[in-house]
Design a protein around this ligand. Sequence first.
Ligand SMILES: NC(=O)c1ccc[n+]([C@@H]2O[C@H](COP(=O)([O-])OP(=O)(O)OC[C@H]3O[C@@H](n4cnc5c(N)ncnc54)[C@H](OP(=O)(O)O)[C@@H]3O)[C@@H](O)[C@H]2O)c1
Length: 373
Amino acid sequence: MVTTIGPHMSSNASLRVPRRRVAVIGATGVAGQQFITALQNHPWFEIAAVAASTRSAGRSYGEALRDSGSGAMRWYCDEAPSPAVLALPVENAAAIDPESADIFFAAVESDAAREIEPRLAAHRPVFSTASAFRGETDVPIAVPGVNLDHLALIDVQRRRRGWKGFVVPLPNCTTMGLVVTLRPLADAFGLRRVIMTSMQGLSGAGRSPGVAALDVLDNIIPFIAGEEEKVAWETGKILGQVAGDTIAHHPVVVSATCTRANVREGHTETVTVELEQSVDLAAVRDAMVAFGGELCGRGLPSAPEHLIEIHDDPYRPQPRLDREAGGGMTTSVGRLRLDAVGLRYVLVSHNTKMGAAKGAVLVAETMAADGVL
Ligand SMILES: NC(=O)c1ccc[n+]([C@@H]2O[C@H](COP(=O)([O-])OP(=O)(O)OC[C@H]3O[C@@H](n4cnc5c(N)ncnc54)[C@H](OP(=O)(O)O)[C@@H]3O)[C@@H](O)[C@H]2O)c1
């Protein structure tokens, strides 16, 4: 039986979209909880099912959120889960029936995603936060406002794999803020090289295994395995162009240093960009401020008013003050300046909202509003 939550009306000021049943896979994790938060009062989507590992399956969602040893509630988001969601039974993600929802939002580690996502994608759309399929030539890495024309690859996926549904992953959460800010620069001035150093929030490491408090308190961890390679490679793909049945990567050279900082949430990145043209700051500012207007003006439930917000105060952006900008969907930019090396700025991006769950929900909303979901 499918349990549905929320009213069965589906409208918003300017858009009417058929209401859909959705399932969250990996619902007990950090990104999964952000999916619950983004979806539990959604005007178009209603949570019909939740799933996680066999450790959680068979219990109610509320019980599964409790630590098996201490019994402590491991709910992580600022917004509370609704009683109706807490009462939902947690299903085994490996065995969940594709018929149990119209759309699947998946937030599991890559190894599990490799097994779970194709089984569901054979029948249903799957929006994923995992890296498992990002490297496949027929899989777009979707970023709202940046490259949704890449969703044209969905037809290629269906044709090649015989799927009725599809897998659309989002990028690594550290790539997200970077590509949102690079896209307007690439379009207006051309990109040559990018040097980025991140100070990433703890939630980016998830719960299992997560980052031990004793290691990170009063500390900065100077290495995150695999992260720098992902940022460099994904940036080229996301900023690239559809070319036949695949994506031709943008030739930009990206050098990343990724560190873990003692911040609960929000990824801060210092960025230096060598552009193809010489620019003045006013033109850079204009390009960034205007960016994303079309997406943001569509009346999509999870879209912010602006994709990029620019701060003049040299002490901004800060993760604590700016991660929730635009409901966690706006990338905050500050310290915008030119020096002998290139254009320089600092950004803050919400890693579990725009960088994971709510960003994936926004991609689904754009497809629903376009009538292609
Ligand atoms: N955290 C972020 O900021 C962020 C941002 C972007 C992308 N991502 C990606 O999102 C995914 C989830 O990350 P997270 O931070 O939410 O991790 P997490 O907090 O560790 O949560 C992992 C989730 O996956 C479930 N799970 C683990 N093994 C499973 C299995 N074999 N089969 C089915 N479900 C399984 C867990 O269920 P149990 O509770 O039952 O163990 C839990 O619900 C990862 O691929 C990560 O790279 C995370």
